[in-house]
Design a protein around this ligand. Structure first.
Ligand code: AMP
Length: 139
């Protein structure tokens, strides 16, 4: 199902053009219009879902199965051996287009893209408390 004002649904419907790389009945991959590097791909489900956890699991599984061959193609064409897989959910995470998408971003040494990984640590006992809450939330 398409959402009326969704830019990626419009791409799926052919109402907005894209540089298509791969398509099957439920998945589309195309070049990001604002690439962080040449070959930066977006991989989306054709049916609208705003966030990863909204997706039917069979469609999600099918989409994920397409990622390795797409990543291999990106690596080959961009002549590198590294990439980031990025998938944002929610505005605070940086999601600007509310239609599930996976970024495949090829990386090269000194490409200047950087990566902020501001690691912290748990105060005594807090890790165990969070672990218990997560296990309970899964029940
Ligand atoms: P995110 O911040 O994870 O929601 O990423 C959204 C991405 O969609 C950005 O990298 C945009 O450059 C890309 N984007 C937005 N509109 C289009 C479009 N019409 N065609 C291709 N990529 C797009």
């Amino acid at each position: 199902m398409a959402a009326p004002n969704c830019v990626f649904c419009k791409i799926v419907a052919g109402k907005i053009p894209c540089l298509r790389v791969y398509e099957d009945p439920s998945v589309l991959a195309f070049l990001d219009i604002g690439p962080l590097a040449e070959g930066h791909l977006l991989v989306i489900p054709k049916d609208h879902a705003e966030r990863l956890e909204d997706m039917p699991t069979d469609i999600l599984a099918h989409l994920v199965r397409q990622l390795p061959p797409l990543a291999r193609a990106v690596l080959k064409v961009t002549a590198t051996d590294s990439y980031n897989l990025l998938q944002n959910n929610g505005k605070t995470s940086g999601q600007e287009v509310p239609h599930v998408h996976f970024h495949i971003i090829p990386r090269k040494a000194a490409d200047g893209l950087g990566y902020r990984w501001l690691a912290s640590s748990y105060p005594a006992g807090r890790g165990e408390e969070i672990r218990r809450q997560l296990v309970a939330a899964l029940a």
